[in-house]
Design a protein around this ligand. Structure first.
Ligand SMILES: Nc1ncnc2c1ncn2[C@@H]1O[C@H](COP(=O)(O)OC(=O)[C@@H](N)Cc2c[nH]c3ccccc23)[C@@H](O)[C@H]1O
Length: 374
């Protein structure tokens, strides 16, 4: 059922009474410059699909998160625009979603403070992200690095909540008709890769903790995972593909040239068996290539294996490289074009932020009231 505010999924009886449940999609990416193949297959490809299916969709360039790792201001500024150009070039359409820069909506930081006061430090100290990145900063991780997942919970929960009246319905009792208040409930679904699932679990726990303390308000947000939820490094299939990998051949960027893509796949670590099979546990390297091939071409693993029967891994690497080159060629050209029009990129992010603020404002007002600020 379509409404001006979104798509009604169901009528739901909660503690407040009858609610109209509307699904919303929210996700984000750190502005590290140009996204890589893991970002693309684990998240962005899903974002593009979801913007076609859902009527309330928000994607954010997470610039505040980016500050948790030291960065020059000029680099951050450039990365925000490069990431935006890449996201648009990958098919994210500001007419179908709100694409915005996180720091332009200050309610993210304000809500993070409130949620931080509900989160205990040992829970944050146990998160893998803290352990890993703190080690890389000589065990001198900052408060921002530690509380980053709380900010992520705020990002998600700011667009997720039970609002006051949506309207009334006529309900039929045993002997009479009654007018019942109906509430509007935004339920957020978050398309992410596997590495973000622990952060989503924290957001779920914080939502439940808030509801216990202040009354039922946040529906529990849910993750949406793609089939390629974890693309591995091309140099070490035991770890995920990551922008910060010091091995330059480990990560394929959506803006890489055909030559760079061929080189990276040619050097991809596999094993001593030349046949192409799919067995992620005992043959992680070649299985990673098969996953990439299937996700890029839209074929199933079975179809991909059928097509590559008889090829040895060296030749198969070039087949996969070619499929990635084909997919990324138009994206690469579009990135270059978009990067030339900085004012357009800035405007997209500002317009998106205005619209995101409108959605966040009533939810944040209600949160302020619930915690006693009003
Ligand atoms: N190798 C990989 N294989 C599969 N998927 C991968 C791979 N590497 C990255 N991803 C996914 O890409 C998205 C953006 O990654 P970030 O590291 O910027 O993603 C991050 O650093 C987040 N903390 C940004 C964020 C901040 N607030 C949010 C609220 C909702 C969702 C996301 C966010 C993510 O979906 C990530 O899972």
């Amino acid at each position: 059922m379509a409404t001006p505010g979104g798509m009604i999924r169901a009528l739901h009886r909660g503690t407040l009474g009858q609610s109209v449940v509307m699904d919303r999609i929210f996700s984000g990416i750190q502005p590290t410059g140009t996204p890589h193949l893991g970002n693309y297959l684990g998240a962005i490809q899903n974002w593009a699909r979801l913007q076609e299916q859902s009527s309330s969709v928000l994607y954010s360039i997470m610039d505040m998160h980016s500050l948790t790792m030291p960065k020059e201001p000029a680099v951050l500024r450039r990365n925000i625009l490069d990431t935006t150009a890449a996201i648009l070039a990958c098919g994210i359409d500001p007419k179908k979603c709100f694409l915005f820069r996180q720091s332009l909506v200050p309610e993210h930081a304000e809500l993070a403070w409130i949620l931080g006061c509900l989160t205990n430090v040992p829970r944050l100290l146990r998160l893998p992200q803290w352990k890993m990145k703190c080690t890389s900063q000589n065990n001198e991780g900052t408060v921002g690095l530690l509380t980053y997942p709380v900010l992520q919970a705020a990002d998600i929960l700011l667009y997720n909540g039970q609002l006051s009246e949506y309207g009334t319905i006529l309900a039929c009792g045993n002997i009479s008709f009654d007018r019942l208040k109906v509430y509007r409930l935004w339920s957020t679904h978050v398309p992410v890769g596997e590495d973000q699932v622990v952060h989503l679990e924290l957001a779920q726990d914080i939502a439940q903790h808030f509801n216990k303390k202040y009354g039922e308000f946040f529906p529990v947000p849910k993750a949406i995972l793609s089939t390629t939820k974890k693309i591995k490094s091309l140099r070490d299939p035991a770890v995920k593909m990551s922008k910060s990998d010091p091995q330059k051949l480990a990560t394929v960027s959506v803006a890489d040239s055909p030559d760079e893509i061929v080189l990276k796949f040619r050097k991809a670590v596999t094993d001593f068996t030349s046949e192409v099979t799919y067995d992620p546990v005992s043959r992680p390297g070649v299985s990673n290539l098969v996953s990439i091939h299937a996700a890029i071409t839209g074929l199933s693993i079975k179809e991909v294996l059928h097509q590559s029967a008889g090829l040895d891994t060296a030749r198969y690497k070039m087949v996969v490289a070619e499929s990635v080159i084909q997919k990324f060629a138009p994206i690469r050209n579009e990135i270059k074009k978009l990067q030339e029009d900085k004012s357009h990129l800035i405007k997209v992010l500002e317009d998106g932020a205005e619209k995101a603020k409108e959605l966040a404002a009533p939810i944040y007002q209600e949160i302020r009231r619930l915690v006693g600020f009003q």
